[in-house]
Write a protein that binds this ligand. Structure first.
Ligand code: TRP
Length: 344
């Protein structure tokens, strides 16, 4: 790397983020990501929200369900408040420039950089020799997702920070190697706010996850009011009342999680929540929490059902999104082809 002063990227600010098409989005996806994406629409003129189905085939591809899951996740984006007219909502595989840029980036990224990625090690576990090359390459594809739009800001959870650093390294090396100093921006992670770490309802040390065998550990975006109440009532707590301030949450991870969920849902700080509930017992707090959750998730679940019932209308939205995404990506990819020196 050169130690020249970093070039000033002068292009437009642009947000890009994505989620894998997994079935069963839950409260962690909503509070940790979608709610934040919705808010970013007010702060940035251009937001691009992608359903990353190319990433989804790196582990256990399932052609029977993939397209349906992509639609469902897109429906969740929209139901949560992503406006597909204002923002671009589309499915990754519909814009082929993602894969084309990935190849170029494969030749920019260094083995050592990608080998350091901890998520690969976690996902591959003991089977490093048997997982797909795609799983190893996952973070390079992710860098291409962002940079094929020259996106400048990327809302992600803490667990994706390392992948974003790789994207910055790839952008920097491309800019240096091809002597195009400010071609790619170095995308900034926007580590998602207070709701970013939503933990299991049964174990405050584990993230809320759709792969947990027990459904009682999570609130699904489509759970109805009764189900939410049952799950919150059974959530692990301790016998003490709620503390008077956020300070008192230390060492009480399950309580901290529930207060955090209340705060993120109601748009308050933990201190504000505890001003109201400090000193009270869970017999009072839990029904109030279930209530806030049900009133926020209810309309979203209804909208998801409405969108999923009309796949034709949803596909029209996704086709429009893919066209608008490609209108940004294609000229950038054409420039990359010239910079690299491909024949034309
Ligand atoms: N890897 C991300 C996750 O698991 C999903 C993702 C793929 C993504 N491409 C992206 C997120 C580009 C942000 C930008 O959460």
């Amino acid at each position: 790397m050169t130690d020249a002063a970093p070039a000033q990227y002068k292009g437009p600010q642009r947000v890009f983020s994505g989620m894998q098409p997994t079935n069963g989005l839950h409260l962690g996806n909503y509070l940790g990501a979608l709610k934040n994406w919705v808010a970013l629409q007010e702060k940035f003129a251009e937001c691009i929200y992608c359903v990353v189905d190319l990433h989804a085939i790196t582990l256990e591809p399932d052609p029977q369900t993939l397209a349906a899951r992509s639609r469902e996740v897109a429906a969740a984006y929209i139901a949560a408040g992503v406006d597909p007219k204002k923002s671009i909502v589309f499915v990754q595989s519909a814009v082929r420039e993602h894969t084309e840029l990935t190849w170029v980036f494969n030749c920019v990224a260094r083995m050592g950089w990608v080998e350091r990625m901890t998520q690969f090690k976690d996902k591959a576990g003991k089977h490093e020799e048997r997982v797909s090359v795609g799983l190893f390459d996952y973070p390079v594809l992710m860098a291409a997702d962002v940079l094929v739009y020259k996106a400048t800001h990327v809302p992600v959870g803490e667990d994706q920070k390392q992948h974003l650093e790789l994207a910055r390294d790839i952008a920097q090396k491309f800019n240096n190697d091809f002597n195009t100093p400010d071609f790619f921006p170095l995308p900034e992670p926007l580590i998602q706010g207070p709701g970013a770490r939503i933990m299991s309802l049964r174990d405050g040390s584990k993230k809320m996850s759709k792969s947990d065998p027990s459904d009682m550990t999570r609130i699904n975006m489509v759970d109805d009011a009764d189900t939410i109440l049952q799950k919150i009532k059974k959530a692990t707590t301790d016998p003490n009342p709620l503390p008077e301030s956020a300070e008192g949450l230390k060492g009480r991870p399950e309580v901290e999680n529930l207060v955090g969920i209340y705060a993120a849902t109601a748009g308050k700080t933990a201190d504000e929540v505890l001003k109201e509930f400090g000193g009270k017992g869970f017999g009072v707090f839990k029904p109030a929490l279930a209530d806030v959750l049900a009133s926020q998730l209810g309309p979203i679940a209804a909208e998801m059902r409405r969108l999923n019932a009309d796949p034709g209308a949803l596909d029209a939205i996704l086709r429009d999104g893919a066209e608008r995404a490609q209108a940004i990506a294609a000229p950038i990819m054409a420039e990359v082809r010239d910079v690299v020196g491909f024949w034309r």
